[in-house]
Write a protein that binds this ligand. Structure first.
Ligand code: KG4
Ligand code: ZN
Length: 331
């Protein structure tokens, strides 16, 4: 039997995921189990519950993966798992499972950085990523801009000083009384208004860097909501005002870096890339700045293991094995 598949495992936060990537980069199967239901009543992810839910989920998720991929452990050429960043208890579940499987099968183990994998999700779409590229990632924990010479040579240009963009969406959702996670709900409410009735000021950081800061929006939204009569119309206006202002922060920075660095491609990934307004802003910006655009396909914006297995497949093809103790920045 030919060992030709790469197994990817993801368990950094509240999604348990596994995927099989063929050598050559064709996705064979990908399964994701969200724990959102476990955490909803707490209004955020509870680390202890998350770790235990990963422990419960992996055995049956792997059974499902073998079935969907018409494969068995003996078909594996390598095993990859998310190594960092994330909740340590959750990471340990996927990492330990991956290491143990690789050891038992006598195949390489590939530790994968979560932020790097979110960016690599852009390569799971139709179009090839041409380097150098500008990478934008927006998730529940990260909002960063990277300059990528390749998938292994990258420099971080900007990051958030406080809340991540997804976190800001979630906190705004909570303030407006929307279910957890708030991001998709805020987007739905924002679609009901043009955002003009409740405009929020842009963020000004004193040191004039292009870092992000989203925490001020939280206070502005809270004050606006407290002053309002809490009608549906006002809820929509505040959600739209927040979304418009927060996404403008992204547009301004991405456009500035594209103009300065002139990369060939703009790549973007992370859970918040499921937001239609954000996708269309990036489409428009890429068009104006005349760069190719590779957005993570919708199904691979949130946490998934296809991006983990895909990046590992690329590493192995390049003969590159990342060290377990370094981050994306160390490459
Ligand atoms: O990448 P991800 O699944 O997990 C992390 O690595 O953090 O991102 C989850 C984040 C959450 O904050 C969620 O509310 C946000 O992505 N999100 C959205 C949308 N869909 C998910 N934010 C805004 N609009 C959306 N449609
Ligand atoms: Zn993530």
């Amino acid at each position: 039997m030919k060992r030709s598949l790469i197994l990817g495992l993801e368990s950094s936060c509240d999604e348990t995921a596994a995927a099989l990537m063929e050598q050559g980069g064709k996705l064979r199967a990908s399964v994701v189990l969200s724990q959102a239901g476990h955490h909803a009543r707490f209004g955020g992810v509870v680390p202890e519950i998350a770790s235990r839910a990963h422990l419960d989920a992996f055995p049956m998720l792997l059974e499902q993966l073998w079935k969907e991929g018409d494969a068995a452990p003996g078909d594996l050429a390598a095993v990859a798992a998310t190594k960092a960043p994330g909740l340590i208890g959750s990471l340990l579940v996927g990492l330990s499972l991956g290491r143990a499987m690789a050891y038992r099968l006598g195949v390489p183990f590939v530790p994968v950085h979560h932020v790097q994998a979110h960016l690599f999700a852009a390569a799971l779409g139709e179009k090839p990523v041409l380097f150098p590229a500008l990478g934008f990632i927006a998730s529940g924990a990260h909002t960063e801009i990277w300059f990528l010479q390749s998938w292994t040579r990258a420099k971080r240009l900007a990051a958030t000083r406080d809340d991540a963009l997804g976190e800001a969406f979630d906190k705004v959702g909570k303030l407006l009384g929307l279910p957890y996670p708030g991001g998709p709900h805020v987007e739905k409410w924002a679609e009901k208004s043009n955002g003009k009735a409740c405009a929020f000021s842009p963020v000004r950081l004193k040191d004039k860097t292009l870092d992000f800061s989203f925490s001020g929006f939280k206070t502005a939204v809270r004050l606006a909501w407290e002053r309002s009569e809490k009608s549906d119309r006002e809820k929509a206006e505040i959600a739209a005002g927040f979304q418009k202002a927060a996404l403008e922060e992204v547009r301004v920075r991405v456009a500035a870096f594209l103009r300065e660095l002139r990369p060939r491609t703009l790549v973007a990934g992370g859970g918040v890339l499921a937001n239609r307004a954000l996708r269309s802003i990036l489409e428009q910006t890429a068009k104006e700045e005349k760069v190719e655009l590779c957005l993570a396909p919708l199904e691979f914006c949130g946490d998934n293991a296809a991006m983990v297995a895909g990046l590992a497949e690329w590493f192995l093809k390049e003969g590159y094995l990342p060290k377990e103790d370094v981050g994306f920045e160390g490459f």
